[in-house]
Design a protein around this ligand. Structure first.
Ligand SMILES: Cc1ncc(COP(=O)(O)O)c(C=O)c1O
Length: 402
């Protein structure tokens, strides 16, 4: 037995359920079992050719050395212009840092903004990493529970009730992982009116799924330009340009916060890969038009959303808020709990149900408890229509036997 002790900081963390599912699916596949996974948090499309070509060019022209911390000025300027156009505000290159995925931007932002005991408001259901990243920064996550009935959107009254003198950060994620919920302009404005009364709060507006919406998209700063000094916009190339493995995300906001984030970055990763930065540049500086590629991807996701939604809700005991964005469905499965299913088991929690579906139907889903929503489950439809149909047929058979 080792005498080495791990840090208290690490003891506070919860292992990622989505990563755990990946491990279990891989283990079953290794035994030759044909498992269909609905766990993927990434588009199943290839990175667009223009981006790949820019990456190859970067290698061939030896753009393989260190870049400035947070990316070269050219890239930061392109991102500043793009986010300014999206949000209707005026950002400059020194208000941008490019990081190793949006995940690193969020992580460094929590470190830059929070001290021990500070509070971070996170509406549930939430993307798992917000809670653990806030904890690593020493902060206390304050979870605001939303319901399917409220469309999984936090109300201004709920927000007002959650704010204390210790609140430092509000996390907003629209479209949301895991629910696909998208806030309306009126809802965002009402939230902004609450935050405005608390100038110490920074809103981290995680807009990583902004390209994948099936409704009119209300953007936080478009609706609340008066919040610009209290907002960090988080976004990146992972989902919009099918670049998850390249690791390109960014934070955009008040210069002193970006400088603090870059200070931390300078002592950790310095910057994301020089090749990745060069590859992403054409997607942001407008030299290549990505609109047609993105529109094709969104049309495919919309079709799959409609099909998976219909097949899911045809299963007795399952109900669904049809998502307005991202590529996840988050069905309510409480109607399947506490009674025997056709596959011969009775599940009492979403986690038991996820395990039963993996064992008996050979489909991989993640229980809602991992996202702060017991009784639900998350399924990603970033997979082929054929696998969606087959997976839903297996789900149905495990539940009703036909
Ligand atoms: C809501 C949300 N924010 C941020 C990220 C991180 O994205 P990236 O791959 O750019 O680090 C993810 C990835 O799944 C996400 O779902």
């Amino acid at each position: 037995m080792s005498n080495v002790k791990l840090s208290e900081r690490l003891n506070r963390l919860t292992p990622s359920a989505t990563v755990a599912l990946g491990g279990k699916v891989a283990a079953l596949k290794a035994q030759g079992i044909d498992v269909i996974s609905f766990g993927a948090g990434e588009p199943d499309f290839a990175t667009p050719d223009a981006i790949k070509a820019a990456g190859i060019r970067a290698i061939e022209t030896n753009q393989t050395k260190y870049t400035p911390v947070g990316g070269p000025a050219e890239l930061r300027k392109a991102v500043a212009q793009r986010i300014s156009a999206d949000c209707g505000v005026n950002y400059t290159a020194n208000q941008v840092t490019v990081t190793n995925g949006a995940k690193e931007s969020l992580f460094l932002a929590f470190l830059a903004l929070c001290d021990a005991g500070d509070e971070v408001i996170i509406p549930a259901p939430y993307w798992v990493s917000y809670v653990d990243q806030a904890k690593i920064a020493g902060a206390e996550p304050v979870i605001v529970e939303t319901t399917a009935e409220s469309g999984f959107r936090m109300t201004a009254a709920q927000l007002a009730a959650a704010i204390t003198s210790k609140t430092r950060v509000l996390v907003l994620n629209s479209p949301s992982n895991p629910t696909g919920a998208v806030y309306t302009a009126a809802e965002l404005r009402a939230l902004a009116d609450v935050v405005k009364q608390h100038p110490q709060i920074v809103v981290m507006s995680d807009e990583i799924y902004d390209a994948i919406v099936y409704t009119e998209y209300a953007r936080w700063l478009r609706v609340a330009p008066d919040m610009v000094d209290q907002t960090l916009v988080i976004n990146g190339a992972s989902k919009a340009f099918a670049m998850t493995g390249w690791r390109m995300g960014f934070a955009v906001g008040p210069q002193f916060i970006i400088a603090a984030i870059k200070g931390k970055q300078s002592h950790s990763t310095s910057h994301t890969s020089s090749i990745t930065q060069a590859a992403a540049l054409p997607a942001y500086d407008g030299s290549v038009d990505m609109q047609a590629e993105v529109a094709r991807m969104v049309a495919a996701f919309r079709e799959r959303r409609d099909v998976i939604g219909e097949l899911l809700t045809s299963i007795p005991g399952v109900s669904l808020n049809v998502p307005d964005g991202a590529f996840y469905v988050f069905p309510d499965v409480r109607g399947l709990l506490g009674k025997p299913l056709a596959c011969g088991v009775t599940c009492h929690t979403d986690e038991e149900l996820a395990m039963a579906l993996l064992e008996h139907a050979h489909i991989g889903v993640v229980g809602g408890s991992s996202f702060g929503a017991p009784g639900f489950m998350r399924m990603s439809y970033a997979t082929s229509m054929e696998l969606i149909r087959e997976g839903m047929a297996r789900f149905r058979k495990a539940v009703v036997g036909e």
